[in-house]
Write a protein that binds this ligand. Sequence first.
Ligand code: TLP
Length: 345
Amino acid sequence: MNIVDLRSDTVTKPTPEMREAMANAEVGDDVYGEDPNVNLLQETAAEMMGKAAGLFVPSGTMGNLIAVMVHCQRGDEAIMGDKGHTFSFEAGGISALGGVFPHTLPNQADGTLKLDDILGAIRPDDVHHPISKLIILENTQNRCGGVVLSEEYTKVVSKIAHDHDLKLHIDGARIFNAAVALKTSAKEFVKASDSVTFCLSKGLSAPVGSVLCGSREFIDKARRIRKMLGGGMRQAGILAAAGLVALENMVDRLAEDHRRAGELAHGLAKLEGIHFEMGLPQTNMVFPSLGSDVKFKAAELAKKLASEGIKVSAVADRRLRLVTHAWIDDAAVEQTLETFKKVLA
Ligand code: TLP
């Protein structure tokens, strides 16, 4: 059976070019700063994000955690969306390891946080309160549908942050999807931020790794915290070499994933009982909702689809998530639609 894995773009495997680059990578000890591929990846990433420096980290989760730990001291507060990855899917690391207090605000349907909510969340200087130090935005915003936050919105939030002596971190795990969707460069979206994490191992298909970018001073502190967390890697150039290929070859093609996400959504919308109450995809994520006329709940439907070779995620009682990526071609989209039809019949 041909397996179509739409659970996430994290399931992507390295391309033949990446495997070749990995096999031939010159390496050194990166804790000594001597790995040429890691150094080149960090410089390239920083340049692409318009920041002074970059740091290769094992995962997006670690990149976000390090950013929070650099920007905040123990007992400080970070303001973030209640549907944000840092709040919901990073195992509470900012509290458990950083001692940082999350102040959540409702993510709006378009992925933003209301400006008034942000202003209201920033604490006055009073011994009763934790000190507000950081705002986190996520772009694209995963659980709001892979939606894109505009450059203008980011700029306004940055101004609010800076006017109140806070920093702005962007979880840009899929910032290149945002850039490709709006036909602009990733740099534009993160210009106003103090730091950004982006992932090589999602739509860009590298096997492992993310890059945290910011000012030189920020990255110097981040390097020490990465070491503290056990993320100082040695001959990591093998991984960085794949990351460099990802940045070179895999960014522009994200447009294909977006096109296929749109095709999947349009095909699914034609099926009885399937709705798109969260809206149609802006990037590579498809979130179909199941009406009350569908006899299965999402988890049950996901199980049935998996038994027919189509892997999807159940993200709520009656909602699925399907994510397109480099290993989903037109035939896979077709197979997925046919299988949904069959299972729902
Ligand atoms: N997201 C994964 C799961 O953890 C939910 C997925 O399948 O979407 N920021 C954002 C916005 C993410 O979506 C993810 C991964 C991360 C950070 C964490 O990246 P990793 O998995 O590298 O730690």
